[in-house]
Design a protein around this ligand. Sequence first.
Ligand code: IMP
Ligand code: MG
Length: 190
Amino acid sequence: MPARSPAPAESAPDRGRLGGETVDVLIPEERVRARVDELGRQITRDYAGRPVVLVGVLKGALVFLADLMRALDLPLTLDFVGLSSYVGTGSTGEVTVTSDLTRPIEGLDVLLVEDIVDTGLTMRWLLDHLAQRRPASLAICALLVKPSRARAEVPVRYRGFEIGDDFVVGYGLDVDGRLRNLPYVGVVRR
Ligand code: IMP
Ligand code: MG
């Protein structure tokens, strides 16, 4: 099948994805891609050929993880953890595992891949929870960090971008489950 010709310039390529919302671009697709590649090179250097278990935090980390893993020149395996935090006005720090790892991590180098560290309460809880399984090392790679919202001490060794306290969507991040498939990070205009 021949490739389809590009859409005419006047058509808005995002209209279908947006479903009626208006989203301002905060971090364009090209900047995200360049930064993910940089993180990939940095992590590849740091682990220097050691096997790594990448653990994606569902569901938000899916898109970031898919790109990051292809930027890693390392022998890696993949696993996922699903978490739910009790939400009301915000994160409370009370977290339950809705979907656990499929394999033991004892003695292995584990890199947690997360979309965003906001208050940090979720990642703080997950670090403490996984540390009990005695991995050889446990580090965090987050696409986004909101330093102004930090309520827990979380060592994010690899961070893509530091942002303000806007609620962001796209590139895996959602609002009420939607807008994960935007190829950039944006802010919903209210
Ligand atoms: P925490 O406040 O660091 O515990 O963040 C918990 C979770 O809230 C993150 O893993 C995200 O799934 C979600 N979250 C926090 N800030 C945002 C945002 O700006 N957009 C979308 N999801 C967010
Ligand atoms: Mg999340």
